[in-house]
Design a binder for this molecule. Structure first.
Ligand SMILES: *Cc1c(COP(=O)(O)O)cnc(C)c1O
Length: 351
């Protein structure tokens, strides 16, 4: 295309197959919709929205409700159209030309992709062979490249591994800039960096409504950070970026926290059942603290297995071309019936 930025022309777009199948286990959404009472409350408030007016630019009520959930004030919350927009705002405000972010592969592709779109360089460190992160590797990379932003992800997508407090502390000790811990799957595990967020620490935690809250269609995510970080990131978002419907949806969702927690508990139990079933097949799997499992078929290559599953109307994520994930696939924990369909199809493909 004429005139496109050279660096953008070289960049591959974000790809995740949207194929029509019966069993969709490829994007880590919840298999369960939000409660009917949430839907009723949402539609009722939606009917009263003055649609000819711009929405609240500061999303005040939503930020107050999220802040209450975490015991902080609204000035420590920035909400956006998915946590991806929040990450973009951080890259625009703290990254950009001449600056670098640090990531540790294998990890979430968008932690590299969004910085590159914003003209920020990406420096890559490596996780261990079991995909845990050595604090010494964090220190080494941060001292070497002095990144403006360091991205951690816990539980890590696509490996499911949790970064312990020693990893986050190593990053905070060596980072000259922000340390962002992406906790998109935070509620599926018991460890969180949220309690470490403090005004005198450059720590940012991001969360999303897309997974545990069963609201991927709404596009809502947020960060918890020192107020000064929020104020800086806020300068980088477009005016009125968060529409009225999304603000209402998120604020009302927080009234159903207990329902969210029971969906999460059911998915964690189902994850363990799925892990046991996978362990009985000729595949390598990794322990996961999220709502997905990474696995590597031993005798058939990843893309062949992926295709065989699609032919049986089951969609998983093909990670085999991602850094260090040769032959690997990632399956989202679905309903018991969906997981049984996946297991039956996988057995056929591996036979
Ligand atoms: C799914 C996911 C997100 C969510 O992105 P949204 O834009 O909020 O839908 C963020 N980070 C990670 C690691 C994810 O896997």
């Amino acid at each position: 295309m004429i005139g496109v930025r050279d660096d953008l022309a070289e960049l591959e777009g974000y790809h995740s197959a949207q194929v029509t199948v019966d069993v969709r286990l490829n994007t880590n959404e919840s298999p369960y919709p939000p409660p009917p009472a949430w839907r009723d409350a949402f539609l009722e408030e939606l009917a009263a929205v003055p649609f000819h007016r711009y929405p609240d630019r500061e999303a005040r009520a939503l930020r107050e409700a999220i802040g209450e959930l975490h015991g902080v004030g609204p000035e420590q919350i920035l909400a956006g159209n998915g946590s991806n927009e929040v990450i973009q705002a951080l890259c625009l405000a703290f990254g950009g030309a001449g600056r670098t972010v640090a990531v540790f592969e294998p990890t979430y592709a968008l932690h590299s992709h969004i910085p590159l779109i914003t003209g920020t360089a990406v420096a890559v460190g490596q996780r261990r062979n079991d995909f845990t992160l050595d604090p010494a590797e964090v220190t080494r990379l941060l001292e070497e490249v002095r990144p403006a932003i360091t991205f951690l992800c816990s539980p890590n997508n696509p490996t499911g591994v949790i970064d312990g407090p020693e990893v986050i502390e190593a990053a905070l000790a060596a980072a000259p800039g922000l340390v962002v811990v992406d906790e998109a799957y935070g509620q599926f595990t018991t460890t969180s960096a949220l309690s470490m967020v403090a005004d005198d620490r450059p720590l940012v935690v991001t969360r999303t409504f897309s997974k545990t809250w069963s609201m991927a269609a709404c596009r809502l995510g947020y960060l918890v950070a020192p107020a000064a970080v929020v104020a800086a990131a806020e300068k980088a978002v477009l005016p009125y970026h968060l529409d009225a419907a999304t603000q209402i949806a998120g604020r009302l969702a927080l009234r159903f926290t207990a329902e969210m927690e029971s969906r999460v508990a059911a998915l964690v139990a189902e994850r363990e059942r799925l892990a046991v079933a996978l362990a009985a097949l000729p595949v390598d799997i990794w322990p996961s603290g999220a709502n997905f499992l990474l696995f590597r078929p031993r005798d058939v290559d990843g893309p062949t297995v992926w295709k065989g599953l699609v032919e049986r109307s089951v969609l998983v994520r093909d990670c085999s071309s991602w850094p260090r994930l040769d032959g690997c696939l990632r399956v989202t924990v679905g309903t018991p019936a969906e997981d049984d369909a996946f297991l039956a199809a996988l057995k056929e493909v591996l036979a």
